[in-house]
Design a protein. Structure first.
Ligand code: SF4
Length: 279
């Protein structure tokens, strides 16, 4: 919500309450006029009158630097930006201390919580940390991560605009698949991150992410190419970048899937302007 609109809405609510006549006026100029005209009326300070807290002001200024993969409005979720960051921090502290999967906790260099924009419109969910992720503490940083970065760029996004996490937050030994028990142990953290970020779209990368999130047993080849629902999010499933490294021809299927997502988001895949990530 921009400042003018917020002020207008607040003033209109004063009008509906019979406090003021604000017909034919708008925005900041109106508020200035009202302040001059109503010296006998106690008028709240500008941010307060506009219903804009310090937190939401931060959201707006950040939005100016970003683009369509951020949430349009703080009104789309129950949490404002500060609350989302606080919740994610709480969860990351719980994850750092978590030993629910004793074997994984004993073998990890560190937990890999997740990274990205707390108000991302698009969340990526992968499988589990590999050796590189375990070392660096960030998801998708190895060879598969580099390929994912290329895919992100092809979509006209940057990593910083998305939120990226995994089904597991600890590396399974030998890069084996997570067991159902491990995935169930880590689910509260995944769901906590989804709830905090509240994305409109989720992309599940690979079989493990897709089947675990959606509680499905269908092979990824039959899950891809259409939307599922998880909470308010539309979920698209596609092949994991690691699979693409082993099977480069499958890249065309991933691009087909992402084009479905882009169109759903109102973006024409043929008119994408690529942005460079800061990282
Ligand atoms: S994988 Fe998840 S649930 Fe298991 S020990 Fe790590 S953080 Fe805890």
């Amino acid at each position: 919500m921009n400042l003018n609109r917020a002020i207008e809405q607040t003033l209109q609510s004063w009008k509906r309450a019979g406090l003021l006549d604000v017909s034919g006026c708008s925005g900041v100029s109106l508020l200035e006029r009202l302040v001059q005209r109503t010296s006998s009326v106690t008028v709240p300070s500008l941010p307060e009158a506009a219903g804009i807290s310090e937190t939401v002001t931060t959201t707006l200024s950040e939005k100016e630097e970003t683009n369509e993969v951020h949430e349009d409005s703080a009104g789309e979720t129950d949490m404002n930006l500060k609350e989302r960051k606080t919740r994610l921090l709480e969860l990351s502290e719980q994850v750092a201390a978590c030993k629910k999967c004793a074997g994984l906790a004993a073998g990890r260099t560190q937990t890999v919580f997740g990274v990205g924009n707390p108000r991302a419109k698009v969340m990526f969910i992968g499988e589990a940390p590999g050796a590189d992720e375990d070392k660096q503490g960030e998801p998708f940083v190895g060879r598969a991560g580099k390929l994912l970065n290329t895919i992100i760029e092809a979509c006209g996004w940057t990593r910083e605009e998305l939120y990226i996490c995994n089904i597991l937050r600890c590396r399974p030994d030998g890069n084996r698949n997570p067991t159902p028990i491990e995935a169930a142990n880590c689910r509260e953290f995944l769901d906590g991150q989804i709830e905090a970020v509240n994305p409109k779209y989720i992309v599940c990368w690979g079989t493990i992410a897709a089947q675990n999130l959606l509680n499905e047993s269908t092979p990824i080849g039959r899950m891809r190419g259409k939307f599922y629902k998880y909470g308010r999010a539309k979920v698209l499933c596609t092949y994991h970048p690691s699979y693409l490294l082993r099977n480069p021809p499958a890249k065309k299927f991933v691009w087909e899937d992402l084009k479905i997502l882009l169109r759903e988001m109102g973006v024409d895949p043929d008119k994408i302007v690529k942005k460079k990530s800061d990282s």
